[in-house]
Each structure stands twice: as C-alpha cells, then as structure tokens.
Write a protein that binds this ligand. Sequence first.
Ligand code: GLC
Length: 444
Amino acid sequence: MRRGLILLASMAALSCPVSAAVDAELARRAAWWTEARFGMFIHWGVYAVPADSTLLNGSRGAAEWYLTNKRMPIDDYRRFAARFNPGRYDAAQWVKIARQAGMRYIIITSKHHDGFCLWDSALTDWSISKATPFQRDALRELSRECRRQGMPLGYYYSIMDWSHPDYLPRRAWDTRPAEGADFERYVQYMKGQVRELIGGYGPVRVLWFDGEWEDTWTHERGVDLYNCVRTLAPDILINNRVDKGRKGMQGMTREGDFRGDFGTPEQEVPPEGFPDGRLWESCITINHTWGYAENDTDWKSSTQLIRLLCDVAGKGGNLLLNVGPKADGTFPEAITERLLEMGRWLQANGEAIYGTSAGMLKDLPEGVRCTRRGSTLYLHVFEWPEEGLTIRGVSALPVRARVLATGEEIPVARVGRTGIRVARPSETDPAVTVVRLDIGSGLR
Ligand code: GLC
C-alpha cells in the first residue's frame, strides 16, 4: 500500500497518469506476493534420474542441464523417463514442508529446458503421465493440495525446448534435421500448454518463464505471450524472463519498453535493493544445482539461509529458495532439515519478514539488516558487538526496544544527534536475533 502510494506520488510528479495507473494496478495484483516474501522453487523432472550435475570435462554444472552438460542426443535422454517412477511422491507432504518452512508460495517447473512436462498435457507425449511408468499427473495432485492447504501456486515454464521438433535453434550435437521445423508452430504449442495450465491447474498465481535468451525468442514474441497470459488470467504475475529485457544474472529489467512484473536476480541479491519500488525476487539454491544431483552435497547452513532471507527482506525483495526433489519423489533430507530450521526461526521472527518493506536506514553496521512496518523497525542482527549496536538515522529515542523472539526489553541510549545504541540482549540467536524498535515519529 505504502509502496503504491509512494509510486503514485512520484509518477504523478512526472505527470504520467497512464503509467501511474499501471503501477498502481501492479501493486494491487502483487500485494499478496510482496506480503509473502518467501517462496519455494521446485525443479523436478527426469534429470533427477541420472542426478548428476557434472559437465563432460568434470567441472560443475546444474543437474537439470544434464542433456546439454553431456551433449546427449534427445532420444538417448528420453530413456531416463522409463526409470522415472517417483512412488514416494506425496504432494500433501511437499506443501506441508513448504508451510512448515514458513514459505508462502510455490513455483514448480511445469516444463524445463528438456521439454519434459510434469502434467498430462494433451499436446505432447513427453510427459510424466505418458512417458514414465508413474503415469500420474504430478501437477494436478500438487495444484489440488495447494488449493486444499491455501498455498499460492505458480508455474515455471521454459521457452527454450531441447526436445520439441519445431523449437529452434537445435543443440549443436542434435542430428535431427532442422528442415521443416517451424518456430511459429512451436509458439502455438507453448500458448496451448499455457492455456492448459491456466485452465486446468489453477488458480495459477505466477507464470515464471525462463530460457528466453536464444535469438528465436524476440521482444515482439515476449509482448505477445505476456498479453496472451494476462488476457487469460488478469490477476496473474508474470516474471521478466517472458521478454528480452533481463540483464544477465543480475536479473533486473534494463531501461526500455519491456514486459514483466518483477525482476529475477539469479543466485544473487541486489547489493542495495531498489528504493524506486520495483518488484524483484532472488532465486537461490541451497547447494549449487537446481535439479537434484547426488554429487552436490555442498549445502548452505540454516544460519546462512536465515541470514539470506533477512538480507533479501531488508532490501525489499522476495526470496525464492530452491528444492530439487529426488527421482523417488522425496526432498533430500539435508534440504528438509534446513527448511524446518528456517520455519522454526520464522515462527518466532516472522513478524520481521512477512509484509515488511526495506528498512531504508543508511550506514547500518556490518552484519545488520533492517525491515520496516509503519513506525516499527526490525533490526536483524547477525553478530552482536559486546558494547551493543549503534544505529544512525533515528532522530528520536525509540519508545521501546525488545527482542522479538523472547520479549526481552532492552535499554536504548542516545548517541549524538541521530544515533541510538541498543544494548546486547542477555540471550541471542546464533543465526539472527531480531530487535523490534517502536520509533514513534522519530524516523528520518
Ligand atoms: C537458469 C537455468 C535453469 C534454472 C533457472 C532458475 O536460467 O537455465 O536451469 O531453472 O535459471 O532461475
């Protein structure tokens, strides 16, 4: 709301009523999403069978890129489907873990670059229900569970498609003749699939496109796809990878007339956030790969992950944290453990994350982040200096300072004209201690 008002005010100053209306409209559509702050990304497909993220030269890649990493012909790759039989897949359990982790939405790969579909698409046989012994419709089960448990759901969908005969360009080692391939027909196929998802697997809250970087995908096509989706689902959110405006892994949209409701930094957090109110979501893995890989056990610790969430929230963005389920349908244990620890922290500290905006305090000490709700500031403290924390830019003593998780009241003293010193509480959290400061009218 506040973001909407600020935006409206600044747009009005530029006397640009049309964009102002558009931005207010986006703020309205995205309200649930900015409130949510924390979502689960799921990368799942037949690549979970080989579960290997290494390239032919031995260096580290991502497991969902298996076909390309190994330069494998699509017909050989398709054979993994015969071994994709996730008997332990339980959508209710997946949604439950997301809830317990404190995640407030789920984005799952409906179709990744290999073209394999996790739902029973009428437009291809290259799907979980037709090409595998499993034969169930994983997305139908997940969408039903999300509805039942009140979890917003969105779909990742790859524009690049290594298996569809009409997709161009072909991989260099693909021996299928390119003559007769018709990219326009492929675009119709994509739109047909998007229609299936929106019509039968909803409500779809987000469409998260990817693989937009090849030359066959143009700005005009991006605009057309964006408009097509928006007409089908007026309230949906669509990421900026639908169009050609994304700036590399930094992920925000460059200047120009590009579509996309939010930016998509990948494996990074924008160093300062964006005070102009642009929406963004950092997608980040817990190990190095998106799809499951047996050989990648280099997990971030729960402390690192909790700090990551605070860092993102402190800069006003969302965190989309990835899970690569195994081919048997379960989450790797190392992931579940970490998610549950995040959930425990959020149980006590969620007030400092959900529905907050960037703290907007300058010159915070190292290892401190800040979020804000009205005249309340939340200090996210990673490491406590013995002498307490000095915070600048607060022109009045806070009415009250207390540790959010324990309720402990802590003394605050004035330092200079605009600073305060917050004493170290008697008990601190090894991951992040949140101090709630009720400031009254003293925020600069
Ligand atoms: C990439 C990768 C991909 C992954 C995605 C997540 O662009 O190609 O495998 O799904 O980013 O952001």
